[in-house]
Design a protein around this ligand. Structure first.
Ligand code: SF4
Length: 281
């Protein structure tokens, strides 16, 4: 059977991940050693391993670090942690993605103006934790419409922001639900990253046009998981892999059109490897 393989338009690092990797590499060359990242710099094991081979050390916690340089992740870090690191006089390279930074600054401004902040996102995700830290006393995280309907906040004014990797559809559903409540004022900020939105639209197109979709990206990557969900919703068989070794030939049986989409922290070379493997199969 002759197979057609379609690689979705957005299949390389996004701007924020490219920037974080560039800043980490620059820190390894120019800043005081040793150089650390607080948690894996991005959600991609192969890239993290390559950086660690070049000398980037991963630490979960900043408190044991006494000297050198800390590179923050593209997801951002909590404001109190940032302040504590600055107080230690360790060199710090802030690789927080500018889109995440924007969401952090909006959250901070809303908190300063007395708004209760509602974050649409996944509570346990590092980016959401960093956003929460900018409005520590008046904040709630809602994952979806159901969460929003259960939200218990006195009537008053609320400001809504989104985790950058959310789908616009989910954000809109949450907004619809919040509008039913008796708030005196609702301010909405669409802080969804444009790269993520375009990737999601491309994934939807790709899954509609193909019989099976391979979603390439880190297991912990929120935006990759969303891509998989989007492909599933189209009713197309989809499989989430981190690299070409995980492809199961059974997935391709009887399928002539195969699509490939990839998360924002997946480099083009991993996608190319997957294409090569599919052609071999
Ligand atoms: S997905 Fe968007 S918000 Fe996240 S790092 Fe990439 S560019 Fe920044």
């Amino acid at each position: 059977m002759k197979r057609k393989i379609e690689v979705s338009e957005f299949s390389d690092f996004c701007f924020g991940v490219k920037r974080a990797i560039h800043l980490a590499q620059e820190a390894l060359r120019k800043y005081p050693q040793p150089v650390f990242s607080l948690g894996p710099l991005i959600h991609n094991r192969e890239v993290v391993t390559r950086l660690s081979d070049k000398g980037l050390r991963v630490r979960r916690d900043y408190s044991s670090i006494k000297r050198g340089t800390i590179v923050t992740r593209s997801h951002g870090i909590k404001s109190d942690v940032l302040k504590k690191i600055q107080a230690k006089r360790i060199s710090i390279v802030d690789a927080t993605c500018p889109f995440v930074k924007n969401a952090q600054m909006i959250t901070k401004r809303l908190a300063g103006e007395g708004y209760f902040v509602v974050i649409v996102g996944d509570k346990g995700h590092p980016e959401v934790k960093s956003l929460m830290s900018y409005s520590p006393r008046k904040v709630a995280v809602v994952a979806n419409r159901n969460d929003a309907s259960r939200l218990k906040v006195d009537k008053g004014k609320i400001g809504v922001v989104s985790q950058t990797t959310q789908s616009f559809k989910n954000f809109r559903n949450v907004m619809d639900e919040l509008m039913k409540k008796k708030f005196t004022e609702i301010r909405m900020f669409n802080t969804i990253c444009s790269d993520v939105s375009m990737r999601q639209m491309a994934a939807e197109r790709c899954s509609k046009a193909n019989e099976v979709v391979i979603v390439v990206g880190g297991r912990n990557s929120a935006n990759t998981k969303k891509l998989r969900e989007i492909c599933d919703k189209q009713g197309t068989s989809s499989y989430h892999i981190e690299n070409k070794e995980e492809i199961d030939p059974k997935w391709l049986r009887g399928k002539s059109r195969i699509g490939i989409v990839s998360g924002a922290s997946t480099p083009r070379w991993i996608v190319d490897d997957v294409v090569k493997r599919l052609k071999e199969l």
